[in-house]
Structures are given as C-alpha cells and as structure tokens.
Write a protein that binds this ligand. Structure first.
Ligand SMILES: [Zn+2]
Ligand SMILES: [Zn+2]
Length: 507
C-alpha cells in the first residue's frame, strides 16, 4: 500500500541542482509527488511504497548534488493522495523563512570541455555554466533563488536554452544562470572613453593588448580586475605607478596548474585548494629557478611568497589561454571593494586601464577574490570572499537576531540569528566613505537574503573605529540595542565559534 511523506531539506539546496536531483531520484524509484523551492529551502512530497520512500530519504543525504550542503532533512508522514507523476512547482516566498545561498563556484570540467569543443553551441562562450558551477551569490538579488530574482532576469532564454532548462535529464535543468551566445550576456572591448573597440573576438583583442604590455580592466564574476602581463616589468611598473601602489604584492593568475608550478612551489594541499570549486588565491612559495615568462620581481618586490590563482570563470580561461601569467589585482582605487559596474569602472579606472573588457551580466553585489594559505596541511583563510561567502558559520548556541560590525582594517560584518552566523564578503579598510557605503550595502544585502531583522548591533569597544561609530549611530537612529565588545575578546570568541568550541552560559 502506498503512503505519502512530506520532506524538508535545509542548507545550501537552491541553485545547486537539488530539484532536478530530487526529480531524477523520484523517477528512479517510481515515486509520485512534487518538489519546490521556498524561502526556507526545498520542500518535497513523495508518494509510493514505504520501502521506496525510505530509500528516497536515505539517498537525499547520501548522494546529493556536488554543490549542495545539507544541514537538516525533516520528514513527516501523511495519508496517500493517489497522485501520479512528479512535478517541479513554482517557487514560493514564505514570511520569516530562511535558506542558504551558494557562493560563486568555479567553472566545472564539463563546461570547460564544451567550451573548447568547436562543435558545441557554446564553443568559446565566456558565460557557459551549469547547475554545478557558475555565479550565484553575486547575481542573486533576493530569495527564493530563481532567474527573475537574479541579474539574469534581463536575458530571456532562446529555444535551445529553454529546452535544456526544462529537461530533467540535462545538466542545465533549472540552472538559473543558463545562457548561450544566442540569448545570453556578451563581452566587448572598449577604450577608456567607453567606445567599443574591434568587432571581432573581444577576448582575442584583449589578449593582444596584454601581450603588448598594456593594462586591461577585466570584468569578472564579482567585480573588475586590473590585468597586465606579470612577466613584463615595464607593464607591472606602469600598473604600480598608475594605481599609486608602491610595493604591496600583486596576485597573479596562471593559465593552468602546470604553468603555475613553473614559478611557484605548490604542494598537493595547495594544488587541491587552487583547483577546487572555491578557487581562491593561494599564497605559495616562489621558485628560485623560475622558468621564462614567469612573474617578474616587480610583482611582489622583496617577497619569497606569491599569491597565485587559476582561472575560475570561463572568461578567465579564454583570456589566459596561451598567455604568460597575468597580474590580476582588484579593480579599485585603493582599499575599497572591487568596482562592479561598467560606467563606474570607466570612471574609477580612468588613467589606469588602457582598455576595458566589459560584459553585460550585471554584478548585483561585489565579491573579491579570497586569499588563503595552507598551514600544517590546513587551510588558513586570510581574506574570505568569493567561493566562501555567504556560507555561514554554525553557532554552538542560538543567537538572537543581530548585526555585528568588525574592526577597522580588512573589515567584514556578520548577521546572525538562530544557529547561523553569516559573514559578509571582505569589505576593505574602513577609512573611506566608499567603504562605508559598501559596508551599508553588504548589511542590507545579507539581512535581505537571510531574512534577518537585527534587534541588536554589536561593535568594537574602540571609540575611534568608523565601523563602531556607524553601529552606534544606527542603533540610536533605529532604536536598537548595542553591545560593545573588547577587541581581543571578539577574536577569541570568533575562533571558538569557527572551531565549534562549546560556549559558556550567558552572563
Ligand atoms: Zn558547469
Ligand atoms: Zn540560449
């Protein structure tokens, strides 16, 4: 006899191919029912023989899609309804509910294979993606995560993409950022006045400029980079002079792991990080016997280490193909968040970039490259942003709804409620008005995505910090509570939470 079960999955379950996975699983087990996204996660109802329902629930946690992170699965039995077939429902917004949002994920091997296949309809298409890879956090305006709530809303699907999107057997089934050369975003190259250069392949034209020692602003997934040939000391010196950055090290991007190993000492742990879905900048040792076309000394003067990353978007893969490593430094004036808009880039990088490799997929919120290193086999984050944010820290004890602002240097903020603390992406040094604006935007974006209405603000006890001043003003203006925390106490508490140490009783 058939029974029916209602299932709720919480965690990173949206935008990661969870619904198609559920659909496939139901088909495999011959179950009827439906699956849908709401602002609390994924809900499923299945109907069939009890043994098959058990197998379904077991498979949900045993073999979820690669990017899913399941925090909880709750089930509830209900009477069978005699339903046949399995449907994917429209998304529903629930008041007061929360689901997790996936970080932006490096392009997957399947997409790279298609991009390099001349017979594929996405051959050399810089925005190829699927449910296992691509932009998430930086294009999501709101939850539930569906195309209309992203910056892809402006690109109606062509017939071919629509077919893939609707086909449960396809890797792009319900892939919200799905796109192709016919219907999706495009790249173009512009001069510093914004006028379009070259009608042909914009990426190849940008490569020619980079080979000639020019500085090109490149719009990526979470903002702009300034790029130049890292092996060309004249180009790197010009970038330093124009950016007003005397000797702070630049990160470089190498075309492949092998290319990076020609100039850097990269062990297995570091290689795993560099080629993983997060694809951060990893600080590694420089090789003494670096080969030709290696980064010149001007890239990181006086340093024995170097920040190295691999291409993480399809556009970066195309750009790096056949080129020496590139300096890829955040496109901004100085310690402010990466510039995200095309017009803003022309304004902010006037006098710095010789050309701009633009595209028209809007970046809703910036997200800088993450920087990590490996210490005793363990990943040690130095700057937590792309690939990691906004994945939360699980709290050992439930928190009231609060917004915590960090210190002054390398600031981030944190919104927390219940068992989750959501750290923002890296914001920057809180000394300039632009950073303060970004700070307020990050707070607004996180509280909206995770449906948290802070009742208390938490700040550093230091009276001079701009972030603390902001928190005091906000608390006074909005009639909220304020807790100030001694700086080192905050550091220790943060490390305890990060490592899941049990908290003491509240005082
Ligand atoms: Zn993919
Ligand atoms: Zn299309």
């Amino acid at each position: 006899m058939n029974t029916r079960r209602r299932i709720r999955a919480r965690g990173v379950v949206q935008g990661v191919g969870f619904r198609p996975f559920v659909h496939g699983l139901a088909a495999e087990l011959g179950l009827a029912g439906h699956v849908g996204n709401d602002s609390a996660g994924v809900f499923v109802e299945i109907e069939g023989p009890p043994a098959a329902l058990d197998a379904f629930v077991a498979a949900l946690s045993a073999r979820p899609p690669p990017l899913a992170r399941i925090e909880a699965i709750e089930t509830e039995d209900m009477p069978a309804l005699g339903e046949t077939g399995f449907r994917i429902l429209e998304s529903v917004a629930l008041p007061g509910a929360r689901t997790l949002v996936s970080p932006d994920i490096a392009v997957c091997d399947d997409c790279l294979r298609e991009m390099s296949d001349p017979a594929d309809r996405r051959h050399r298409y810089p925005f190829i993606n699927c449910t296992h890879c691509g932009p998430r956090f930086t294009i999501i305006r709101d939850v539930p995560y569906d195309r209309p709530a992203t910056t892809m809303a402006d690109f109606p699907l062509c017939a071919d993409c629509a077919r893939e999107y609707a086909d449960p057997a396809n890797r792009r089934y319900h892939a919200q950022p799905i796109a192709c050369p016919v219907c999706g975003p495009q790249v173009w190259l512009a001069d510093p006045s914004g006028a379009r250069l070259a009608d042909g392949d914009a990426v190849r034209a940008a490569q020619a400029l980079l080979r000639a020692g020019q500085i090109v602003a490149v719009k990526g997934i979470g903002g702009f980079h300034l790029a130049c040939d890292a092996s060309n000391p004249v180009a790197v010196r010009a970038l330093r002079a124009r950016k007003g950055r005397a000797d702070k090290p630049f990160a470089v991007m190498a075309a492949t792991l092998e290319a990076a190993r020609a100039f850097a000492q990269i062990d297995d742990d570091e290689a795993r990080l560099m080629t993983g879905p997060e694809c951060p900048i990893v600080v590694v040792g420089r090789s003494r016997d670096a080969g030709p076309s290696s980064p010149c000394a001007e890239v990181a003067p006086g340093n024995t280490t170097l920040g190295v990353m691999l291409p993480y978007t399809p556009l970066h893969h195309l750009l790096l193909e056949g080129l020496p490593p590139l300096v890829m430094t955040s496109g901004n004036r100085s310690d402010t968040p990466m510039v995200t808009g095309n017009a803003e880039a022309l304004r902010e990088m006037a006098g710095i970039a010789d050309a701009f490799l633009f595209h028209n997929r809007d970046i809703h919120i910036w997200c800088d490259d993450s920087v990590t290193r490996v210490f005793e086999g363990r990943e040690l984050p130095l700057r937590r942003a792309r690939g990691y944010a906004p994945f939360p820290v699980r709290l050992p004890r439930p928190a009231p709804p609060l917004l915590a602002v960090g210190g002054e240097l390398k600031a981030t903020l944190c919104v927390a409620e219940g068992g989750h603390a959501f750290m923002s992406q890296h914001i920057g040094d809180m000394e300039r008005l632009e950073t303060l604006d970004a700070f307020a935007r990050a707070a607004e974006h996180l509280t909206r995505l995770f449906r948290i209405t802070p009742e208390t603000l938490v700040c550093d006890r230091h009276p001079g910090y701009l972030s603390a001043r902001w928190a005091r003003e906000q608390a006074a203006a909005r009639g909220l509570g304020l807790i100030d925390v001694q700086h080192h106490h905050a550091h220790i508490a943060a490390v305890m939470a990060e490592n899941g140490a049990p908290a003491g009783e509240p005082e």
